[in-house]
Ligand binder design. Structure first.
Ligand code: MV4
Length: 494
């Protein structure tokens, strides 16, 4: 096992990884930017190395500076977290060449899954179902017309280099295909420096269902749990749950086995996620994420498996200690991503100083956070404050615990999307599990968010002001790490 790991990330995920290291008795090195000088993760680490100013391109994305920090601190391995360099094959390659262990798959596996066309080719050859469409980039508009006619409208044009829906175009009829292709090409060229576009059949009302997998260096590969991630807005996931409300034991075994086949097709090792689109009884491989994901805690809550630790163990060439049949599901888990943003103002980011902060607690609740009272959320990075995860014996109990945890949660000084989450959790269709990727639009959830503002969360906040005679008191009853930092910063004015 390693003695020392560098964590090339920030915020809650850096802390999550350092918690795993602490349990494994591994010392930790943080890297931080000027904007994160006072961040919790930089304090939590055994050592912290300054790597430059914001934005990320001058610090967290600087492969050269991070490699130097690893060498100078004697780190044997680097954990990239998610985002930043986590799926950059050049970074994985730099680690491979410098004999520093990259905690993740090979640079080759990252590269293969980074191109959607390559991924489709590999998966098709391996017998993994892919959405009907092309496995080559489109050349001239005439070819696009022919292929789209063959597939049948509506179709969707996708950049092969893309992610997050950027440059995608739905095409409903033949007249639109040529202008749509031109527009998709130009967006892809400026966003990714690669204008390759391919075409797929457009699926109606798809659900996003993904499978967590683990694979060790000997090739032992298992699926851990499925996750439903359909509650999203503009390709940003907001609520995830495990299992999916539509999962049955048969479907789970079927899709899970296909996820394992997908991983084997690229000789995958480490933790990874195979994403599927599920539409009207059919499902298709969409992409594979070669990192630990934001929503990994829901899988941890329902299986009891510590994915961050497993990932580190696998990177240290240790074998998976259990087989597929030994994975058990313990009820249901839901995650709400708490962002510093204003849901009533088109989800505009709301960076700034957190004045009061108190985590929820009690049965079935886990909060992974990177903040404390007094911390200033920088404007340069994503707006994730924390992740609230609720586990229960069944879906109903998990939802009830989540609502209760959101009611208890106190964050002042910045706007948050807590009311948005309460509105979704109370929606009838959501409670039935009748969701798809268009849910927020279809249900006009934003109208309900306004009503929540005047009720439940404000009642929770009045609890804060009741305690608020002394900011220290609020801080003191927070979870251990947060309260430690809050004491350090207790001179916070309301
Ligand atoms: C699709 C689709 C329908 N049909 N492909 C958007 C992001 C990218 N990862 C895949 N996306 C989609 N691809 C076909 N052939 C609908 C979406 C889609 C979506 C997918 C997953 C999660 C949320 C989504 C929201 C809107 C559209």
């Amino acid at each position: 096992m390693f003695n020392k790991i560098l964590i090339a990330n920030r915020g809650e995920i850096a802390i999550r990884i350092m918690r795993a290291c602490r349990e494994l008795d591994i010392s930790t090195v943080a890297v931080y930017s000027e904007a994160d000088r006072n961040a919790l993760f930089a304090k939590y680490a055994d050592e912290a190395v300054y790597v430059g100013p914001p934005p990320a391109s001058q610090s967290y994305l600087r492969i050269d500076k991070i490699m130097v920090a690893a060498e100078e601190t004697g780190s044997e391995a680097i954990h990239p977290g998610y985002g930043f360099l986590a799926e950059n094959p050049l970074f994985a390659r730099a680690c491979e060449e410098d004999d520093i262990v990259f905690i993740g798959p090979s640079s080759q596996a990252i590269d293969d899954m980074g191109s959607k066309i390559t991924a489709r080719q590999i998966m098709k050859a391996a017998g993994v179902p892919i959405v009907p469409g092309t496995e080559q980039g489109l050349s001239d508009p005439g070819e696009a017309e022919n292929l789209a006619a063959e597939i049948g409208y509506p179709v969707i044009l996708k950049p092969t280099a893309g992610g997050g829906g950027i440059g995608m175009k739905i095409v409903w009829k033949e007249e639109e295909i040529v202008p749509s292709l031109e527009s998709a090409r130009s967006i892809a060229r400026s966003a990714f420096g690669d204008e390759t576009i391919y075409v797929e059949k457009y699926l109606a009302e798809p659900r996003h269902i993904e499978f967590q997998i683990l694979a060790d260096v000997k090739g032992k590969t298992i699926y851990v749990s499925d996750r439903e991630c359909s509650i999203q807005r503009r390709h940003q996931k907001l609520i995830e749950e495990s299992p999916s409300p539509i999962m049955t034991p048969e479907l789970k075994e079927e899709m899970g086995s296909i996820a394992v086949r997908a991983a084997r097709a690229i000789d995958y090792k480490s933790a990874g996620t195979v994403e599927f689109m599920y539409s009207r009884g059919d499902y298709y491989f969409m992409e594979m994420n070669t990192r630990l994901q934001v929503e990994h805690p829901i899988t941890e809550m329902v299986t009891g498996i510590d994915l961050a630790k497993e990932q580190i163990r696998i990177a240290a060439n240790e074998d998976l200690a259990y087989s597929q049949g030994e994975i058990e599901m313990l009820g249901w888990a839901i995650e709400c991503r708490i962002n510093a943003e204003d849901p009533l103002n088109d989800f505009t980011p709301s960076p700034g100083r957190i004045k009061r902060y108190r985590s929820s607690g009690g049965p079935g609740i886990r909060i992974d956070s990177g903040v404390y009272a007094g911390f200033v959320i920088p404007p340069y990075y994503d707006s994730l404050i924390s992740k609230v995860v609720a586990q229960g014996r069944n879906r109903k109990e998990a939802i009830a615990r989540m609502e209760r945890a959101l009611y208890e949660y106190i964050i002042t000084g910045v706007k948050t999307n807590i009311n948005f989450h309460i509105a979704v959790l109370r929606n009838e269709r959501f409670r039935r599990g009748d969701i798809n990727t268009h849910f927020i639009k279809e249900e006009n959830i934003m109208d309900d968010v306004k009503k929540v503002t005047k009720t439940e969360y404000e009642k929770g906040l009045s609890l804060a002001s009741a305690l608020g005679a002394d900011t220290r008191k609020i801080a003191a009853i927070s979870a251990a790490v947060e309260s430690y930092m809050a004491y350090e910063n207790a001179s916070v004015e309301e």
